[in-house]
Design a protein around this ligand. Structure first.
Ligand SMILES: Nc1nc2c(ncn2[C@@H]2O[C@H](COP(=O)(O)OP(=O)(O)OP(=O)(O)O)[C@@H](O)[C@H]2O)c(=O)[nH]1
Ligand SMILES: [Mg+2]
Length: 632
């Protein structure tokens, strides 16, 4: 379905042209009839030889009603730019062309009307030449030119054919499954209730379905749909529709609101990052933080323009900027907008939405913000995803770029492709930019290394501490950890993350201390120092001693008794041998064998009982569970 719009200076015959083409008078208000001019938008439609119908939006030409023109030109596929042959190019022709150009309307037909008044065809040719020079460099450059008189009917049939040719050339509107109807009219029909009209974009509407009013969020129900005076079950993107809504009152909806099929793709924000262009015709430079009127679809809103990285831009220049609204606004990445100044009331520029869910920037954030916004300028899906995931650090894949002109399946396919190309990482329901991922991996490793430095002699860092440091959700953190374990960068010991060798590197001093500790054990094999004695003799030894225990170089027995690992091993083997030979062993025998006192032999046996080597039976020890199992 296609919708075309009219544009052009006051009285050049836009409404007469619509009537000549469709037999429908678009001027429906009594005041319009009285004053002989269009005030608000008018609507008509014409059947095409192909069987399709093309909708027509007629706009007013008087500069006082420009606020009605812009909503009308939003959402059109092509334009009929009307210029009266007797008047030629005029200020509103120029302003409308600027708006069409800023909105990126690429298709149109230039209609030179009132040729009956021009008399001389040569004069018309001069007018045409002048028009062509004005179109140069705009989105409408190269458009076909039609010469008509709506009064005599001359050229009208040929124009209908040109419209049909243009319609055949235009690709049908894309269905991206995100139906939105920017409302341009609201009225009440007795017995039916509230009816809203507009040009449906980016999806289909069906009767019986639920709908939501944005920004209020009110839930409504589509009771009936009418397109070109026919009741329809389903309306396709690009068509003009009238929607009969139940569940909402007349005063709850207004021009500028949006009827959406779901709340999922209409997140809103007061801060929207944009690329703004100041028209060469703008009378003055645009200063940062100026207040302007912003036209977005059928909405008219006040906002401040905060330029990003400059204080002011000159006419003809563009800049990254931020629109700061005083209310929440739901827009899509890639949507165009127009800005006007309030006094004098003129169109000064427009631009494109780069990030509909932005946040106010601080001066220090400008360079990073610029990098991401510049990447978005191409409006290519890959660049948008990349900028979005880098901005969010961790993005929920399911809602990634929901407020954009791409379908969710297109986005999902691209995300998969980028994951295959290793440009992003998917972890559970999240997507993470590869740069963010690698930076996080680096940070994780360096935090572990730092904590396990020779000074601290820690054996790892609790996972929860590291996860909090990165600010990652659990699934993402776990994926990162598993990834780093499998690539051998880190290791996990229960709740601790450590380096794979799990061995802090000792400094020279610490090595010396360790040698001293070992010396004390070598000197006194039958009465080795316990924890307390060690810290009395070597006050800085406790961290080293704990490290040695953790490393298995010392064995800690109950009551703070310590044995060097190799001694413990030898003692254990001898006891095991005795048990095999005699079936039992007593404390006295142990003391004799190793020269221990009860201070050592009791904790030693308690420990051996615990680990299942020995078991108490009366005054003696017999083989423990572990030992018996080991012998089988
Ligand atoms: N002689 C002559 N007059 C025309 C022709 N087309 C329109 N007019 C007259 O021009 C006047 C303006 O026509 P409209 O169709 O209302 O013009 P418009 O562009 O819609 O005007 P606005 O909506 O107010 O901008 C009317 O009096 C028409 O009768 C034409 O081809 N020849
Ligand atoms: Mg008119």
């Amino acid at each position: 379905m296609l919708t075309i719009g009219t544009a052009g200076h006051i009285d050049h015959g836009k409404s007469s042209l619509v009537k000549a083409l469709t037999s429908i008078d678009p001027d429906r208000l009594p005041e319009e009839k009285e004053r002989g001019m269009t005030i608000d938008l008018g609507f008509a439609w014409m059947p095409l030889p192909s069987g399709d119908t093309v909708g027509i939006v007629d706009v007013p030409g008087h500069k006082q009603f420009i606020h009605n023109v812009i909503p009308g030109l939003f959402g059109i596929d092509a334009v009929l730019l009307v210029v009266a042959a007797d008047d030629g190019w005029m200020p509103q022709t120029e302003e409308h062309l600027r708006i069409l150009d800023l909105l990126g309307i690429q298709h149109g037909i230039i209609v030179i009307n009132k040729i009956d008044l021009a008399g001389d065809p040569e004069w018309v040719s001069l007018v045409e030449k002048d028009i062509i020079s004005h179109l140069s460099g705009t989105s409408l450059e190269g458009s076909p030119v039609a010469r008509v008189s709506t009064r005599s009917g001359a050229g009208i049939e040929e124009l209908k054919k040109t419209i049909a040719d243009l319609a055949a050339k235009l690709a049908p509107r894309q269905e991206i499954g995100k139906p939105r109807l920017p409302i341009d009219r609201v009225f009440v029909i007795k017995g039916s209730g509230v009816v809203v009209t507009g040009t449906l974009s980016q999806g289909t509407f069906s009767t019986g379905k639920d709908a939501f009013i944005i920004p209020s969020g009110a839930a409504a129900h589509i009771r009936g749909l009418e397109s070109y005076k026919h009741m329809v079950q389903t309306a396709a993107p690009g068509s003009r529709v009238a929607v009969n809504l139940t569940g909402v009152k007349r005063e709850e909806v207004a021009r500028g609101d949006i009827v959406a099929g779901s709340r999922g793709y209409t997140p809103s924000s007061r801060t929207v990052d944009i690329n703004v262009q100041l028209l060469a015709s703008a009378g003055a430079p645009l200063k940062s933080m100026s207040e302007v009127l912003v036209y977005l679809e059928t909405r008219e809103l006040l906002a401040r323009v905060a330029l990003i990285g400059s204080k002011t831009i000159k006419p003809g220049e563009t800049s990254l900027a931020q629109l700061r609204f005083s209310e929440d606004v739901a827009v899509f990445t890639g949507e165009r907008f127009i800005i006007r100044q309030q006094s004098p009331a003129v169109t000064i520029g427009g631009g494109v939405v780069l990030d509909p869910l932005a946040s106010k920037f601080k001066v220090g954030e400008i360079p990073a913000r610029k990098v991401l916004l510049e990447r978005r300028l191409s409006l290519k899906l890959e660049d948008l995803i990349s900028a979005e995931i880098e901005k969010n650090r961790v993005s929920e894949t399911g809602s990634l770029l929901a407020a954009s002109l791409f379908s969710s399946s297109e986005i999902a396919v691209k995300v998969k492709q980028l994951a295959n190309q290793k440009k992003l990482v998917q972890a559970g329901p999240y997507s993470i930019d590869i740069r963010v991922w690698e930076e996080a991996a680096g940070k994780l490793l360096s935090s572990i290394e730092k904590e396990m430095s020779p000074d601290t002699l820690k054996h790892g860092v609790p996972q929860a501490v590291l996860q909090e440091g990165l600010g990652f959700p659990k699934e993402v953190f776990e994926t990162l950890v598993l990834n780093m374990i499998s690539s051998g960068k880190i290791a996990r010991e229960e709740e601790l993350l450590t380096l794979p060798q799990n061995k802090p590197v000792l400094s020279k001093q610490q090595e010396a201390l360790k040698a001293q500790v070992l010396g004390l054990f070598a000197k006194n094999p039958s009465s080795p120092p316990n924890l307390k004695e060690l810290s009395a003799q070597l006050p800085s030894s406790p961290p080293i001693v704990h490290h040695m225990i953790k490393q298995g170089e010392l064995v800690e027995l109950p009551d703070g008794i310590l044995l060097e690992a190799k001694q413990f091993q030898a003692v254990k083997e001898q006891i095991t041998g005795r048990l095999k030979e005699n079936g039992k062993i007593t404390i006295q025998e142990i003391n004799q064998l190793f020269g221990f006192s009860r201070k050592y032999s009791v904790p030693l046996l308690t420990h051996l009982d615990r680990i299942g080597i020995t078991r108490r039976e009366g005054d003696a020890r017999v083989a423990g569970k572990k030992l018996i199992q080991g012998q089988k």
